[in-house]
Design a protein around this ligand. Structure first.
Ligand code: FAD
Length: 559
C-alpha cells in the first residue's frame, strides 16, 4: 500500500532556497514538508561564495543572521578583491572590503566600521557576507531542523503532481526503492534546482542563452599558499596573465581555496585544459608547490529564465526558475528573494486573509525582475570576458610598457570588480513595478542598475532602511505582517487599522520619529508589506481604506 503524508506546503528541494522558504513559512506559522532527493549526509559543494546584503536582511528577520555571520572566513580575514598577474604575482588593483569582524560584530552595526570601501556605507543593517556554501549550508539546515513546523525528508525524490480544487498531491519515491509516498498539500513549491521537475510539470519553459562560458573549477587544500601571498590576504583573486585567467577564492582563510579556470572559446570540454598546469599558472607557482584536490566542481554558465513561475497551486523558486552566470554572486540570492516574496503570500492564503491576486502577484513581481537581473549580470559578465581577452604578455613585462599596461588593466579591473562584487543596485534596487497588489501613485521608480541604487519609497521598492534612536534597525521594529509607518504623529491611521482588522490582515502601526526617516520617506504614512516592500504611501489615509486593504491583500483587481 502506498505511504502517505500531509502538510500545508510541500517544498521540493532542500537547497538554500528551499530551506529559506521553509524557514520563512514556519516563521509565519505554516507547516512545511521538504522533500530532498539527496541523503542527509551528502557532501555540500563549494561553489557558492556569498550571501548578499538583502538576503542577510531576510536572514536577520528569521533570526539566523548572527549564526551565519560567525561562520566561514575568520573574523579578521579581509574580504578584499585583488586583480593580479597571478595569485602570487604582481597586484594590479585591490577593492578594499572589511573583514566581518571589523564591521561591528555578528549582529552588526556599520557605525563600528573604520574601514572604507565601496560597500561600507550602504543603508542596511546587514552587509554582504562572504562565506562559502560548505559553511552556511549546514547552518541553514540545522536552523530549519530546529523549527517545529518543518519536516525534512531526505532521500526522497518527488516525481509527479496532480492539482485539484483544494490542493495538490505529489508522488515521491525513496531512493532505496519501496512503496511510493503520496504527499497531500495545499500548495507545492519547486526549489529543485536548474533541472527542476516541477518547472517541467507546470509547463514553464526556460529561455535565454544556454551556454555563455565553461569553467573548470577545483576546490583544493594548500597550506603553503597563504604564506606565499605577496600582500595582505584577500578573499577573491582574479589572475590575469596571457596563459590562464581565473579566480581563486579563500574558503576557510587558512588552507582551503576554490579556483575557477575560465575556459576559452575553442576549449570545448572541461578536460580540454590540463587542470594541474592551469592551477599552477593561475596561482603563479612552480612544480614543487604542493596541493591536494578536494573536489572538482566544473560548471557551465548560462542565462535562462522561466517564462512563468506558477500554475495555480504550484510555484517555482530559485534555480528552478532562473539560472545565470555567477558574476556578482547573485543566483542563490535571487532565489532567496523569490522565497521571501512567496512565503508571506502562501501564509496569507492559508490563513484566509490573502486573495487570489496575491498569489498571482508572485509571478507578476518576480518573473520580470529576474529577467532584468539576468540581463544586468550577463552584461557585466560579457564586459569581464572582453577585458580578459585583452590580456597580452605586456602585463608581465618588467619595464615601462609593463608598468603602463598594469596600470591600465588594473584600473579597469578595479571598476569591474567593484561593480560586480559590491553590487548595491542588484541587492536593493529592484522594484515591483507592475504588480496587482501594489497601490502605485504615478512616481517612477529609480533605475535598476547593478552597481548603485537610490533608496526610495516609490510603491514596489524596498522600504529604505534607517537606524533609529539607540542604533536600532528600523527593520527590527517591524511586525511579521504589514507595517504602517507613521512619520507624523498627528496623522490618523484609524481607518486603515479598522480595515485591516475587518479583513483579518495582520498590521502593526510603527511610529517613526527619526529625522532621517522623515526626510527619506517624504510621506506621513507608508504601508510596508511583510517582505519589506512598499505597498502604498500618502500624507493621509485614502478615502476608502477598505479598498486599499483589499487591493494590497489581492482581493480586488486594480482599476
Ligand atoms: C561557481 C558558482 C558560484 C556561485 N556563487 C554564488 C554566490 O556567491 N551567491 C549566489 O547567490 N549564488 C551563487 N551561485 C549560484 C548558486 O549556487 C545557485 O543559484 C543556488 O545553489 C541555487 O539554489 P537552489 O536552492 O535554488 O537550488 P539547488 O542548490 O540546486 O538545490 C536544489 C535541491 O533540490 C534537490 N532536488 C532536485 N530535484 C529534486 C526532486 N525531484 N525531488 C527532491 N529533491 C530534488 C537537489 O538535490 C538539491 O538539493 C554560484 C554558482 C556557481 C556555479
Amino acid at each position: 500500500m502506498a505511504r502517505s503524508a500531509r502538510t500545508d506546503v510541500l517544498i521540493v528541494g532542500a537547497g538554500p532556497v528551499g530551506l529559506t522558504l521553509a524557514m520563512d513559512l514556519a516563521w509565519r506559522g505554516i507547516d512545511v514538508l521538504v522533500a530532498e532527493r539527496l541523503p542527509a549526509d551528502a557532501p555540500v559543494g563549494a561553489k557558492c561564495g556569498q550571501i548578499s546584503a538583502r538576503s542577510m536582511e531576510v536572514f536577520r528577520r528569521l533570526g539566523i543572521a548572527g549564526k551565519l555571520r560567525t561562520t566561514g572566513l575568520p573574523a579578521d580575514y579581509p574580504n578584499d578583491i585583488v586583480s593580479a598577474t597571478s595569485v602570487t604575482g604582481i597586484e594590479l588593483s585591490r577593492v578594499p572590503i572589511p573583514a566581518w569582524g571589523e564591521r561591528g560584530g555578528a549582529v552588526r552595526d556599520e557605525s563600528g566600521c573604520a574601514a572604507r570601501g565601496p560597500d561600507t556605507s550602504w543603508p542596511t543593517p546587514e552587509h554582504t557576507h562572504r562565506v562559502n556554501q560548505m559553511f552556511f549550508a549546514p547552518v541553514l539546515r540545522a536552523h530549519a531542523l530546529a523549527q517545529e513546523r518543518i519536516r525534512i525528508l531526505n532521500g526522497t525524490e518527488v516525481e509527479a503532481f496532480e492539482q485539484h480544487a483544494q490542493g495538490v498531491t505529489a508522488t515521491a519515491r525513496g531512493l532505496g526503492g519501496g512503496e511510493p509516498l503520496a504527499i497531500a498539500c495545499a500548495y507545492a513549491v519547486g526549489c529543485d534546482g536548474a533541472g527542476s521537475v516541477v518547472r517541467k510539470a507546470i509547463g514553464a519553459a526556460f529561455s535565454g542563452t544556454p551556454e555563455l562560458q565553461r569553467v573548470q573549477s577545483t576546490c583544493f587544500r594548500a597550506p603553503e599558499l597563504l604564506h606565499m601571498l605577496p600582500g595582505k590576504p584577500a578573499w577573491n583573486y582574479l589572475s590575469l596573465n596571457p596563459r590562464r585567467c581565473g579566480s581563486t577564492l579563500a574558503v576557510d582563510g587558512r588552507e582551503t581555496w576554490i579556483m575557477h579556470n575560465f575556459l576559452y572559446r575553442g576549449e570545448a570540454d572541461f578536460d580540454a585544459v590540463d587542470r594541474d598546469w592551469a592551477l599552477r599558472e593561475i596561482l603563479g607557482v612552480g612544480p614543487r608547490f604542493r596541493y591536494e584536490v578536494l573536489s572538482k566542481e566544473d560548471w557551465t554558465s548560462r542565462r535562462l529564465v522561466a517564462d512563468k513561475l506558477s500554475e495555480r497551486r504550484v510555484f517555482i523558486c530559485g534555480d528552478a526558475a532562473h539560472v545565470w552566470i555567477p558574476h556578482g554572486g547573485y543566483g542563490m540570492n535571487a532565489g532567496i528573494a523569490d522565497a521571501a516574496n512567496l512565503a508571506w503570500k502562501l501564509a496569507a492564503a492559508l490563513q484566509g486573509w490573502g486573495g487570489q491576486r496575491l498569489l498571482e502577484s508572485y509571478d507578476a513581481e518576480r518573473q520580470p525582475i529576474t529577467e532584468q537581473a539576468s540581463r544586468l549580470i550577463t552584461a557585466i559578465a560579457e564586459r569581464v570576458m572582453a577585458h580578459r581577452r585583452q590580456i597580452t604578455s605586456d602585463i608581465e613585462r618588467r619595464d615601462a610598457v609593463g608598468d603602463a599596461t598594469r596600470a591600465r588593466i588594473g584600473q579597469e579591473a578595479y571598476a569591474l570588480d567593484a561593480e560586480q562584487q559590491c553590487c548595491g543596485g542588484l541587492n536593493f534596487g529592484y522594484c515591483y513595478d507592475a504588480s496587482p497588489v501594489i497601490a502605485y501613485d504615478g512616481e517612477a521608480q529609480p533605475a535598476y542598475t547593478m552597481g548603485s541604487f537610490t533608496p526610495s519609497t516609490v510603491p514596489g521598492c524596498r522600504a529604505p532602511h534607517v537606524w533609529l534612536e539607540g542604533r536600532r534597525s528600523l527593520y527590527d521594529g517591524f511586525g511579521p505582517g504589514y507595517n504602517l509607518l507613521r512619520l507624523d504623529p498627528a496623522a490618523r491611521v484609524t481607518g486603515i487599522v479598522e480595515a485591516a482588522t475587518a479583513r483579518r490582515v495582520p498590521l502593526t502601526v510603527l511610529d517613526v520619529a527619526a529625522r532621517e526617516a522623515r526626510d527619506l520617506y517624504r510621506h506621513k504614512l507608508v504601508l510596508v508589506r511583510p517582505d519589506q516592500h512598499v505597498a502604498w504611501r500618502g500624507d493621509k489615509e485614502p478615502p476608502a481604506p477598505l479598498a486599499l486593504i483589499d487591493l494590497v491583500r489581492g482581493a480586488v483587481t486594480p482599476a
